[in-house]
Design a protein around this ligand. Sequence first.
Ligand code: FAQ
Length: 311
Amino acid sequence: MSEHEIKFQKKIDAEVKIEPKDWMPEAYRKTLIRQMSQHAHSEIVGMLPEGNWVTRAPTLRRKLILLAKIQDEAGHGLYLYSATETLGISRDEMTNQLLTGKAKYSSIFNYPSLSWADMGTIGWLVDGAAIMNQVALQRTSFGPYARAMVRICKEESFHQRQGYELLIKMCQGAPIQKQMAQDSINRWWWPSLMMFGPHDADSPHTGDSVKWKIKRKTNDELRQAFIDATVPQAEYLGLTIPDPDLKWNKERGHYDFGPIDWDEFWSVVKGNGVCNKQRIKDRTKAYEDGAWVREAASAYAKKKKKTAVAN
Ligand code: FAQ
C-alpha cells in the first residue's frame, strides 16, 4: 500500500467523509462512478413504469400523488448525476453509457406495470427496497453521495407510504380489488428481492465496497432486513407473499425464504427482460426531445457569461 492509500484508509476507518478534491484510489473513484451513475439511471428509468399510469389514475388525488412521486424520482436522478459529476465524469458521458447499454440500471424497472394495483406495490415494495438500501447509504464514505441520500430518503419514505396506503384502500375494497393487489404482489415480490443484487458470495464488488465503506451493509444483509420488515406489512394487508418457504426462524431471529431465481435476474440484467428495449427506447426519445432545452440553456449560459465579462 502506498502512503496515500494508507492515509486514505485511515480516514475511512475514522469515519471522515471523502470529498471530491481529496486524494482517492482510482479504483474507489471508478466504483463510485459505476454505482452512483447506475443509481441515477435507475431513478430516471424508474419513472417509466409509473408514468404508464398517470392518465389512468382513478381519482384526482391519486393522480396528484403519482405525479409528485414521479417528479421526485427525476429530482433524485438530478442530485445523483450532479454528485457523480464531482468525480470527473460528465452528464453527457453518463447518459451515453445508459443509452448504449454500457451502464446498468436496476433490474426491477424492466418489469411491466400491468394494473393500477402496481402503483401501490411499486411504492410499497420497490421504494421500500430502495429505502432499505439508501438509509444505509446515508452513511456512505463519499460526502456528496451521502448528502444526496439524506434528502432522497425523506422523499422515498413518502413514496413508500403512499404505495402502502393505496394497497390498504384496495384491500378494504371489493374482492376483485383485493385480488388485483394479490396478483400485483405475486408479480413484484421476487423481482423486489433481486434489487439487492446477487448473494454476497457472488458479488464481486462487495469486498472493496465494504472496506471503503461505500457499502455499509451487504446485499444479503439488506435483503434479509427488507424481508423481515415487509412480511408483517403483508399480513396486515391480508395478502400472501408468494413464497411457500417463507417462515419465521426463531433461532436466527429472521425469516427464512425460498431460493431466488438468479437465472431470471441475470437474463433481465443482460437485456432480456420484458421491457428492457422499450425502456431504452423511451429514454432515448426523451433525450432527443430534450435537445432544444440543452441548446437553449447553453446559449443562455454563454450570453450571461458574456454580459458578466462586459460588466
Ligand atoms: N439490477 O457486485 P455487485 C430506486 C449488478 S433506486 C441491475 O453486488 P454492487 C428508486 C452490479 O451493478 C434503485 N444490476 O454490485 C425508485 C454489478 O454489475 P457491474 C437503484 C445489478 O454495485 C423507486 C453486478 O451486478 N438503487 O429504485 C443489480 O456492489 C421507484 C454485480 O453486483 C441503487 O442503485 C440490480 N438489481 O451492488 C425509483 C442503489 N444488482 O456494475 C423509481 C445503489 C447488482 O459490475 C421508482 N446501488 N447488479 O457491471 C447499490 O447499492 C449497489 O450498486 C447494488 C449492487 C446493491 C445495487
